[in-house]
Design a protein around this ligand. Structure first.
Ligand code: UD1
Ligand code: CA
Length: 460
């Protein structure tokens, strides 16, 4: 059967105590809702409908690039009412899979299972066994163990509250039948809402097979209602992603202190120190070491390269056997060839650095092409910006840039040129020559230090 996914995301999330709508609260740097959408995508559904309300346009704007059908639920009258809003656009012959925007860790495999068991005459809901089921709807079964209905906590009696099997809220049902059950819902319950869960009882009455699939782990059905649960879900996600990498052979010194937020591909014997954050698309070659406190986003690091403590790398590519950091920053458009050293407090942006070249201390290299075996002395700055435009600096193979040099772009330094320390270079520096731009050092022979005048107050 064709598949339509409906994601409920209209709730306000009062307990977040935040101006940001609940489904936009960040998990691993992305909105909760984006995680649910990404997982739904894995099922290749015919359409994804998002029921939104609170936070309105902000929620839509947070997922601009996605092909989604937005359905406004102007007033939040309950989960059943929310799903009903999306049903107008869903044909009878579809399977409807209902997901929650605030249950972000759900696995694609679990959803596939739900969908594969649902059919024209069967409804499947996802249940879970929780050590503390308080707050959730409970799954009521008859003596034969068949699901009969769901009762909400607030509508449950003592005996029902003792049931450990809870309703996660996620379900798959045939669209035509679901439409009928939703239309028949009545808000006659403790909250005066239209409960999606009442469709279960209605299905049973209609002789539809209702099955509850138990979630493999309680972790994937964790809902996020407040900042405490948000942190718990973040921790669960962190551990899960770290575990994946460790299973692929990555050494992680402390999996509770590494955040894998993007798509990471790793070679063999990669090692991640504590407090490393990997975001976006990150590719780490064999035996790469990432030191403590590093942030790597959308980058590629060559084999045997070492990223030392507290370096930030974004949109950059390094070759093999490089040393970057500690405290280095590689910005977008940076390409380091093999065996390049970029040391402490060095920033490189939109620049190509040739094999074996070094900039080890306190430098800014922007919009620059550096050849092979170049030495960039401490405190060198490429002055690439004139206040309006950016200009390039070209440095030939084997050049030696003395410490404290200002290279005022556009400017070129020839191969094997030497620039004397402290020079401000505004004109081409020829290959193989020493270029110095600074006033001559003088010694003043008869100069004397001023002496303190004697007398009252002179010594204060
Ligand atoms: C719901 C279930 C409960 C289940 C629990 C699991 C019902 C009646 N109850 O309860 O059995 O154990 O989830 O977490 O369904 N939403 C809308 N529009 C609305 C109301 C809710 O979009 O009018 C969205 C919320 O944003 C949220 C989701 O639906 O993402 C669940 O709503 P919530 O009010 O949190 O339901 P619970 O009371 O937790
Ligand atoms: Ca909830």
């Amino acid at each position: 059967m064709p598949l339509s996914v409906v994601i409920l995301a209209a709730g306000q999330g009062k307990r977040m105590a935040s101006d940001l709508p609940k489904v936009l609260q960040p998990l691993a740097g992305r909105p909760l809702l984006a995680h649910v959408v990404a997982t739904a995508r894995c099922l290749a559904p015919d359409a994804i409908h998002i029921v939104y309300g609170h936070g309105g346009e902000r929620v839509r704007e947070a997922l601009p690039a996605e092909e989604l059908r937005w359905v406004l639920q102007a007033e939040q009258k309950g989960t059943g009412h929310a799903v009903a809003q999306a049903m107008h656009a869903i044909p009878d012959g579809h399977t409807v899979l209902v997901l929650y925007g605030d249950v972000p860790l759900i696995k694609a495999g679990t959803l596939r299972e739900l969908v594969s068991r649902a059919g024209p005459q069967s409804l499947v809901l996802l249940s879970a066994r929780l050590p503390d089921p308080a707050g959730y709807g409970r799954v009521i079964r008859d003596n034969a163990g068949r699901v009969v209905r769901i009762v909400e906590e607030r509508d449950a009696n003592h005996k029902e509250k003792a049931i450990p099997e809870i309703n996660t809220g996620l379900l798959a049902a045939p669209a035509g039948r679901l439409r009928g059950w939703l239309e028949a819902l009545r808000p006659d319950n403790a909250q005066g809402e239209y409960y999606l869960t009442d469709c279960i009882g209605a299905a049973v009455r209609d002789g539809i097979a209702v099955e509850a699939v138990l979630a493999a782990s309680a972790g994937e059905v964790l809902g996020v209602n407040d900042k405490i649960q948000l942190a718990e879900v973040e921790a669960a996600h962190r551990r899960e992603r770290a575990t994946e990498l460790m299973q692929r052979g990555v050494t992680i010194v402390d999996p509770a202190r590494v955040d894998i937020r993007g798509e990471v591909s790793c070679g063999r014997d990669v090692m991640l120190e504590v407090n490393v954050i990997l975001e976006g698309k990150v590719k780490l070659g064999d035996r790469v070491k990432v030191g403590p406190g590093c942030v790597l986003r959308d980058c590629e690091v060559g084999a045997d390269t070492e990223i030392r403590a507290h370096s930030v790398i974004e949109g950059a590519v390094t070759g093999a056997r490089c040393i970057v950091g500690p405290f280095a920053r590689l910005r977008p458009g940076t390409r380091l060839a093999d065996e390049v050293h970029v040391g402490n407090f060095v920033e490189v942006k939109n620049s190509v650095v040739g094999e074996g070249s070094k900039a080890n201390h306190l430098s800014y290299v922007g919009d620059t092409t550096i050849g092979r075996k170049v030495n960039v002395g401490a405190g060198t700055v490429t002055c690439n910006y004139d206040g309006v435009n950016k200009h390039r600096t070209e440095i030939g193979d084997g050049a030696f840039i003395g410490s404290g040099t200002m290279l005022v772009a556009p400017v070129t330094v020839g191969a094997d040129a030497t620039i004397g320390a402290g020079s401000t270079i505004t004109k081409p520096a020829p290959a193989g020559k020493l270029t110095v731009e600074r006033s001559r050092q003088q010694v003043i022979e008869n100069w004397k230090r001023p002496e303190r005048k004697a007398g009252p107050g002179g010594a204060s």
